[in-house]
Design a protein around this ligand. Sequence first.
Ligand SMILES: Cc1cc2nc3c(=O)[nH]c(=O)nc-3n(C[C@H](O)[C@H](O)[C@H](O)COP(=O)(O)O)c2cc1C
Length: 195
Amino acid sequence: MTTLGRDGTVNVAPMGVDYMGGYLVIKPYINTKTYENLLLNNEAVINLTNDSVLYYDSLLNRKGLKFIKSLKVKVPRIDGAVDYYIECVLDKYEHLGKDRAMMFLRPIHMEIGRGSKLAYSRANTYLLEMLIYYTKLKAFIEYDAISEALRTFTKVNYYFSELVRLRPTEPLMIRARSLFNESLNMVIKAILSKT
Ligand SMILES: Cc1cc2nc3c(=O)[nH]c(=O)nc-3n(C[C@H](O)[C@H](O)[C@H](O)COP(=O)(O)O)c2cc1C
């Protein structure tokens, strides 16, 4: 999802999206930039893709992304392997517990993108799983929940070892390796800080 900050900086973050009664619904944590930016200017673009490389770049290689103008909103789109662009405005939101919000986005314009054009590969799914567990791992470490962090790291490790066995393409392998190393470093640092 792309959003715009106060100073015009484009923010991009992977977010799960649901469909509910004509709205596209996201559930961002309230400490995310996505949440902050949506409250600030009410606009977002959903850049729908299945490409795990694009998810990785949205999270950990944001400088590697390029953007192009949208049609109906000021927030730009990602110039990349995107299946659909959905330009949205925020109509309403509510709180989900104390950490999360539920934001109801009304689609105002939709266009087909260049497409993710992926041959089916489990490696794509495994990198996506690694990314999901990496974000959970980061949150557990921030909240000092070391045993949950260790349990989450075993998932990152599992999906990494499965991915390596599949001998994926180079762009996928490079990202998986750096994600694994980054996760391992985070865990080691967290353990050392406790001893
Ligand atoms: C596939 C995937 C789905 C995600 N879905 C959500 C989500 O629904 N809500 C959320 O708060 N974070 C989600 N995340 C984690 C955010 O992308 C991550 O916390 C990110 O750093 C938030 O960025 P921001 O602060 O720039 O908005 C997801 C991550 C991945 C890899």
